[in-house]
Write a protein that binds this ligand. Structure first.
Ligand code: PGA
Length: 249
């Protein structure tokens, strides 16, 4: 499977900074065998898709609303994101689950909307430290994957990417052991397999996210079940991000 490495800018970078970054990233990753994505803030989305057009970089949004239009002040729909030229959307990032109370049902609505309008959904799942301590990791992942993918058909799964991001690892510098990552990945893949079968599971990339950097990505990329990475902090620097991409090539 082609590896996928995505940078999530979160609330960072202006339009100008995003364009500069893209220019740098495009030349640093020329001829890369890895599928490379960036998620700038919404204000920079359109200029990023314009800059990335015709290059090997794909552009996504960090969030979207599940409805097409309406009285939802401050929200942006999938249709608007698609119109801006994006290829994919991060859905259910743990920061949105935490600060915006997004539930698995909300995540599911957004996933279904993405598929309906032709956007790839990068659905984020992951356990808290407390859940891991209580040995609930497998249960949490199975629930988040199962409920997030409710009513998704097998033939739509080619437009789904899963990102496993243990919440305790995001922005903390704490990375799970290779065995912990491998085990979580297996849980996610076996959940997909139970729902959709082996063949479909083989086409759904499962990324690791949480404190990935240019050094630890060497080891993370070697984990058999890891199909790529979702990168926050280290993805803000095009040089560091391209080093991570090289480790996945
Ligand atoms: P981090 O963020 O790499 O800064 O830990 C990852 C993410 O939130 O996607």
């Amino acid at each position: 499977m082609e590896k996928v490495v995505i940078a999530n800018f979160k609330m960072n970078k202006t339009i100008r900074q995003t364009k500069e970054y893209l220019g740098e990233l495009i030349s640093l990753t020329d001829n890369s065998k890895v599928k490379i994505g960036i998620c700038p803030p919404l204000t920079a989305l359109k200029s990023a898709t314009t800059r990335a057009r015709g290059t090997h970089i794909i552009v996504g949004a960090q969030n979207m609303h599940s409805q097409e239009s309406g009285a939802f002040t401050g929200e942006v729909s999938g249709e608007m994101i698609k119109e801006a030229g994006a290829d994919f959307v991060l859905v259910g990032h743990s920061e949105r689950r935490k600060y915006n109370n997004e539930t698995n049902a909300d995540v599911n609505k957004k996933v279904l909307k993405c598929l309906k309008i032709g956007l790839t959904a990068v659905m984020c799942v992951g356990e808290t430290l407390a859940e891991r301590g209580q040995e609930k990791t497998d249960f949490v992942l199975q629930t988040q994957v199962g409920e997030g993918l409710k009513d998704v058909y097998g033939n739509e799964m080619k437009n789904i990417i899963i990102a496993y991001e243990p919440i305790w690892s995001i922005g903390t510098g704490k990375v799970p052991t290779a065995a912990q990552i491998s085990s979580a990945m297996k849980t996610i893949k076996s959940t997909i397999e139970r729902l959709y079968g082996k063949e479909t599971t083989a086409v759904v990339p499962v990324l690791y996210g949480g404190s990935v950097n240019e050094i630890n990505s060497k080891e993370i990329a070697k984990i058999k079940e890891v199909d790529g990475a979702l990168v926050g902090g280290a993805g803000l620097d095009a040089i560091k991000f391209s080093a991570i991409i090289k480790n996945f090539a």
